[in-house]
Structures are given as structure tokens and as C-alpha cells.
Design a protein around this ligand. Sequence first.
Ligand code: AMP
Length: 248
Amino acid sequence: MKVLVPVKRVVDYNVKVRVKSDNTGVELANVKMSMNPFDEIAVEEAIRLKEAGIVSEIVVVSIGPKAASETIRTGLAMGGDRGILVTEDSDVEPLAVAKILKGIVEEESPEMVILGKQAIDGDNNQTGQMLAQLLGWPQGTFASKVVVADGAADVTREIDGGLETVKLQLPAVVTTDLRLNEPRYASLPNIMKAKRKPIADKTAADYGVDVSPRVTVLKVEEPASREAGIMVDSVEELVAKLKEKGAL
Ligand code: AMP
């Protein structure tokens, strides 16, 4: 079976994000960009299913600027088979991403789409759920374990206070949580090999999707900086200070 893995190019998780001086967004100039960490987990899961003989082809998709082809190459170096880049310079909202992915699903007929549970830039946590709705497919979100057998996927989900296991009839949408697996690093020979794997060039218009934004960002601000703490000499003094501040 074929698996589609959408991967987003985002600010690397190690970067200390800075807000632009005009408060319109975050600074992206000269900032290290990488694959969204939850999407690395999605690629890894697809590769493990391929290694287990369940999956035959992994298609890695990204919607973003030309440079998102590097993110696709990372997925191909990890073990993806081919890529699709939907070039779009503006920021594409989750609904438009989901509509484009629906178009790709109709063209490619995968039996599973594995996405990250959220992209760490916008923290939306929407795309997988919207895609499942648009396709009318079952969804298993926040997956910490995926077992595929007999045309179904058993997905263990991380929910408040425990784990829930759901059975999805394929085709289905799965979104990954942190504990699903530990993504591999691409080896140098695989990075070289990935350079020869094909990436198809597409646009949102190829799927008839209007990507104009529906949400306007009014303002982006740094979190308020924390006030310096004070040292106290005794428990009595601590209690007195807490009472003074109205915390007790
Ligand atoms: P979000 O709903 O924005 O938090 O994103 C959830 C997941 O949807 C991500 O982890 C990706 O797997 C996928 N996704 C979101 N935006 C894009 C994009 N521009 N290109 C490819 N995949 C995306």
C-alpha cells in the first residue's frame, strides 16, 4: 500500500524565535529551517511500515516556498521514495493545506496519510482532522502506536489520563505524537541517493485550491519577561511574603 506523508518546513526547534520589530510576525531572515519534528516522526513511521513489508511506497509532500524541496529531500534521505512540492510563497492556512492534500490523495490514492499532530510554528493542530473530514476518512490523532493488519490500523492515542486504542478501516488519516517513535538520521549514502529521487512540481491552482487567507494576524508579541525572584531566609518569611502578595 501507498502512504502519503505531508511535511512542513518550519523554524528549527532549537532556534530562539524572535518577534519582528513591527510585531507583524516572527523573524525568518537568516533563521535555520528544518522539517517539523512531528513530521519526522510521521516519515519514520511510514519507513517502519515499509520495512515491515506493509507499505510499498512513501510519497513525501510539502506545501511551501521553493526551499521546502530541501525538507522533502530530508524525508527522501530518511527513506521516502518520491516527493511532491506544491510551491506557495505565502503562509498557507490549515484548511487550504487540507484541501490541497485532498487533491493529492485523489490523484495518488494512498491508503494512509500520516501527518504530524501539529506544526510547531503555528501550533494549529488542525490539518489532519480537516483532511479526514474532507475525505470522509476515519482518523486516529495523537498516535503513540500504530499497528496495520487486515485492511485496518489500530491506533493507540495519547489522551488525558491514559491511552485509548481505536481501530480505523483503511483508508485513514493518522497524526503522530511525540512517543510514537524516534526518527532516524539520514546516512550520507542515503542523502546522496535522495538527490536522484524525483520531486514533482505543483501549484495550489493544479488542485483548484484558493489559498488566500481567512484569518488576519493582528499582532505578535514576545511573552512577558518574568520578574526577578527574591531570596527568603525562613519558612516564616516565605509565608509572610505569600500572604503579602495575596497568594495564601
Ligand atoms: P497544523 O495543523 O498546522 O498544526 O499541522 C499539522 C500537520 O499538517 C503537520 O505536522 C504536517 O504534517 C501537516 N502540514 C501542515 N502544514 C503543511 C504544509 N504547508 N506542508 C505540508 N504539510 C503540512
